[in-house]
Ligand binder design. Structure first.
Ligand code: NAP
Length: 252
């Protein structure tokens, strides 16, 4: 089943669920992306920094050639720029890891050509981002949640840090719905009208992660999960902590 879409402020449609590709190994990611297209994924989150964009491009080209999908049905995210919109190579500009003060600065920038349509930020039950999401939405900026499963495979994970997929209360809710904890975490974001990009390079999990449109968390369950917030970041980008624009010191 293909994922439904949300309409961005520039009227473009963006799928609510996509595949993350950070740490998807170059030797494997080509097959992974082809599999995901067949499984119904139409949004792919990429970055030059992930060192696998060539292979992802090959997979997409092959699937288009095969007639499995049309280019206009795919939404490819990479990290990009105003001139590329002018050239017609990019259809929409988003931002990532911007706090509300930084967004405010962009929106008030004299001569701003293209308003960002999306802010990609870390978001999951331990970092619910309620204020930032509210701020973005009130400014017509949709939100994509990265690390929606708590990024269990992040290379800097330390013993004793919380493991979202093992949270007993998430597990309990999953059992109640005959779903997996990952599906509950993804659904939690979709019901908040947040676009979500779980990463997997395992066919079984890629299929599992898109089967989230056939159940609904109750208002009570949503409130319970929201109450798990502890402002914990899986991706604190500590290498940039002394940069003047380090975004995670602001409250939101
Ligand atoms: N803009 C930014 O600064 C930024 C930062 C971080 C991430 N991102 C983007 O967001 C994407 C997702 O975030 P992420 O990769 O940090 O973490 P994530 O999606 O929260 O977690 C991915 C991890 O969970 C495992 N997994 C996936 N599905 C699962 C399932 N159903 N059950 C159990 N485990 C499952 C994956 O393992 P397997 O692959 O082995 O299945 C992988 O180790 C990235 O890939 C990237 O595209 C952007």
């Amino acid at each position: 089943m293909a994922s439904p879409c949300v309409e961005l402020s520039n009227k473009m449609k963006m799928p609510t669920l996509g595949l993350g590709t950070w740490q998807a190994p170059p030797g494997k990611v080509e097959e992974v992306v082809k599999f995901a297209i067949d499984a119904g994924y139409r949004l792919f989150d990429c970055a030059y920094f992930y060192q696998n964009e060539n292979e992802i491009g090959n997979a997409i080209q092959q699937k288009i050639k095969e007639g499995a999908v049309k280019r206009e049905d795919l939404f490819i995210v990479t990290k990009a720029m105003e001139e590329l919109v002018d050239c017609g190579l990019v259809k929409a500009i988003g931002i990532s890891n911007f706090n509300h003060e930084q967004i405010e600065r962009i929106l008030n920038k004299p001569g701003l050509k293209y308003k960002p349509v999306n802010n990609q930020i870390e978001c999951h039950p331990y970092l619910t981002q309620e204020k930032l999401i509210k701020y973005c939405k009130s400014n017509g900026i949709s939100v994509t949640a990265y690390s929606p499963l708590g990024s269990p495979n992040r290379p800097w994970a330390k013993p004793g840090e919380p493991v979202l997929l093992d949270d007993p209360e998430i597990k309990e809710i999953a059992v109640r719905h005959h779903k997996t904890p990952a599906q509950v975490l993804i659904r939690f974001l979709i019901q908040r009208d947040v676009i979500v990009i779980p990463k997997s390079d395992k066919p079984q999990r890629i299929e599992e992660n898109i089967k989230v449109f056939d159940f609904e968390l109750s208002k009570k369950e949503m409130d319970v999960i929201l109450s798990f917030n502890r402002n914990w970041r899986a991706v604190p980008a500590l290498q940039a902590v002394n940069h003047k624009d380090y975004p995670f010191k602001a409250e939101y």
